[in-house]
Design a protein around this ligand. Structure first.
Ligand code: F6R
Length: 623
């Protein structure tokens, strides 16, 4: 949540910062802003709303600055207005800060600063960070207070008149970091020090990108694809600075670190739209490839073989995740319990932590997270580590914080997922989960009826089906509805949970998923004549039971849209979306795509931006 960037180098800084910021917009789009040094002054420009508002505002301005920091905001403290937009300046206007995260003790710090004469213009915790840094700098040289009044302040002046250098600024930043509780990735630009960007990180992601006569910092790697090839993932507690040709990182004791830069295999075409109208459309299409790539990579790199079979001798199994990732976890629980007869405890990450979970050193805790940065899930990893449980993460973003915390990583290879609504990452999560189940079955000597190959074949069955055409009429009919209900049984119910989440988050139609058998226990009261119910029926075993529920809905005048491979049901329902037939256990690999297409097409029909649904952000780095 919130994306930050910094550019310093030979090229124009502001357009470069804006360009990198574009790839971070999925992290929030309540407002956007940049701060840059224009030779004598520190300028801040910010606009409410999506980044394009800021970009068009700055379009015809040539800003000859070689150093800029930028921010795209998902509001946490204070409403999404211009005042609360980043970058934030300190009271003395000597520095500007962009920040991703939450300073938990900001009110206490704000009170202390107010007593020292600091005045605040925003409701943000970031402004507190800026002022605390200003306070520690002034502590080193009280003359700096007059600094704001000095025009034409250049680097040299700051250095010679006020005896401020990188060392002093790092020292002040270090004091701020020690005072602040919570999560933060910050970038700081100092007035009069316009050839350096300072940074600090704790819990929120931040990377350095190394270029030729230019360097970058950003919240994640996709923001820098096409800009540079070498990356360093800044660790918690580290602080430092970049110039156009120098990078310095210090640990918690201010010891200089030797950096190990890595090359990341993300191709530029993976982060551009190409021939698609939206990333969501592109990513739904990439679902099949992400399944295949995930399976191939896990096999080629022998990822599962790295997990010691011994941990499976005497263990209890737990799954924790949020949102769509949790829905992938629900399928894991269902298949593991059904095929391997191993009980699985599953929780929303936001609940797991507070329910005093029954975990111990013999527990195996699985975490599913596209970003590997979700705060709720991360705190569950920490909790599981603290009792000595074995922790295994299914993650999509290499180098994420989750990867650094767990014992084993099972990578999903969906590639960068840019649309806020998760689609291809869910498919990749399922692929990795099914492989994990296959591996566990092998260890336990249990024969199961699927394999990596059958998973790959199942997902390919959708390849030539144009679901958008099939769904055209349905979309026109449901687009003006207030509520749409989803039903299913067994795996079909788990798919309806994800189908409903997808539709509601991009269309803003109220959607509710329920087990078909539960309808009679209350929810049927909501069903009126002509209301739409999406039914999913892929499980032969549950055919008759679900069919009975469809009859019950028909007799109350509901319009049932059925997603099913069973052609004979066509005349029983209002409309059928025919999906390919497959082994029941593999149905998620064929049934999810049409549900994702339904969500995307409905969002478009309602005039919504499916890539940036209101109020949401992709990486939920706050609890
Ligand atoms: C919904 C969606 C979210 C995420 C959830 C967890 O489309 O994307 O529900 O699945 O916020 O995020 P990760 O997987 O990054 O932990």
């Amino acid at each position: 949540m919130c994306g930050i960037v910094g550019y310093i180098g030979d090229r124009l800084a502001v357009p470069n910062a804006l360009n990198c910021l574009k790839a971070l917009e999925y992290r929030g789009y309540d407002s956007a802003g940049v701060a840059y040094a224009d030779g004598t002054e520190l300028k801040i420009c910010k606009m409410v709303g999506k980044l394009e508002n800021l970009t068009s505002h700055l379009k015809n301005k040539i800003i000859p600055s070689s150093c800029a920091i930028g921010h795209t905001r998902w509001a946490t403290h204070g409403e999404p207005n211009k005042q609360n937009a980043h970058p934030h300046a300190d009271y003395y206007k000597m520095l500007a800060v962009v920040h991703n995260g939450i300073i938990e003790n900001y009110l206490e710090l704000k009170n202390e600063l107010e007593k020292k004469g600091y005045k605040f213009y925003s409701a943000t915790d970031t402004e507190v960070f800026a002022n605390l840094l200003s306070f520690y700098l002034i502590e080193q040289n009280p003359l700096l207070k007059g600094y704001y009044a000095v025009r034409n302040t250049m680097h040299n002046t700051l250095h010679s008149t006020y005896k401020i250098d990188e060392k002093c600024i790092i020292k002040a930043l270090h004091s701020v970091v020690l005072k602040c509780k919570g999560s933060f990735a910050v970038a700081v630009l100092m007035r009069g020090y316009d050839d350096v960007i300072f940074f600090a990180k704790n819990k929120s992601p931040l990377i350095i990108g190394k270029g030729e006569n230019e360097n970058f910092i950003a919240s994640d790697t996709p923001a820098l694809i096409g800009c540079c090839k070498k990356f360093y993932s800044i660790k918690d507690g580290e602080i430092g600075y970049i110039t156009k040709d120098r990078i310095a990182v210090f640990d918690e004791n201010l010891k200089v670190l030797k950096l190990n830069f890595k090359t990341v295999n993300i191709r530029p075409e993976q982060v551009i739209l190409g021939n698609y109208s939206h990333f969501m459309e592109k990513e739904i299409e990439q679902g099949a490839d992400s399944v295949t790539e995930t399976i191939n990579r896990i096999e080629q790199m022998k990822i599962l073989e790295r997990i010691s079979p011994k941990i499976f001798d005497n263990f209890d199994l737990h799954i924790t995740a949020c949102g769509t990732a949790l829905h992938a976890g629900l399928i894991a629980k269902c298949v593991i319990e059904d095929k391997l007869k191993i009980p699985v405890d599953l929780d929303y990450a936001s609940e797991f932590r507070y329910k005093k979970p029954l975990i111990s050193s013999k527990s195996i805790c699985l975490f599913i997270s596209q970003s590997g940065e979700t705060a709720d899930t991360l705190s569950c990893v920490e909790l599981s580590n603290s009792v000595g449980a074995t922790t295994i993460a299914f993650t999509n973003v290499a180098g994420s914080r989750m990867e650094s915390l767990v014992d084993y990583i099972i990578p999903t290879s969906a590639g960068p997922e840019i649309a806020v609504a998760s689609t291809k990452a869910y498919m990749a999560q399922l692929a990795a989960i099914y492989q994990f189940i296959e591996y566990l079955a092998k260890i336990k000597g249990i024969t199961i009826e699927f394999s990596s190959d059958s998973v790959k074949n199942a997902v390919l069955k959708n390849k030539y089906i144009n679901y958008y055409k099939e769904l055209e009429d349905v979309v026109q009919e449901i687009k003006d509805e207030e509520s749409v209900y989803f039903i299913g049984r067994g795996i079909d119910y788990l798919l309806s949970l994800e189908g409903a989440l997808k539709l509601k988050e991009v269309s803003y139609i109220h959607c509710e998923a329920m087990p078909a058998g539960e309808l009679k226990h209350g929810s049927l009261a909501l069903v009126r004549k002509d209301c739409f119910v999406i039914a999913i029926l892929t499980q032969k075993e549950l055919y008759d039971k679900t069919l009975n529920n469809i009859y019950e809905l028909n007799s109350r005048g509901a319009k049932v849209i059925l997603f099913s491979p069973f052609k004979e049901l066509r005349n029983i329902v209002y409309k059928q979306i025919l999906i390919p037939e497959t082994e029941p256990v593999l149905s998620p690999f064929v049934a999810m795509k049409p549900l994702q297409c339904l969500a995307y097409a409905t969002a478009i029909a309602r005039g919504n931006d499916p890539d940036k649904p209101r109020n949401l952000a992709k990486s939920v780095t706050v609890e």
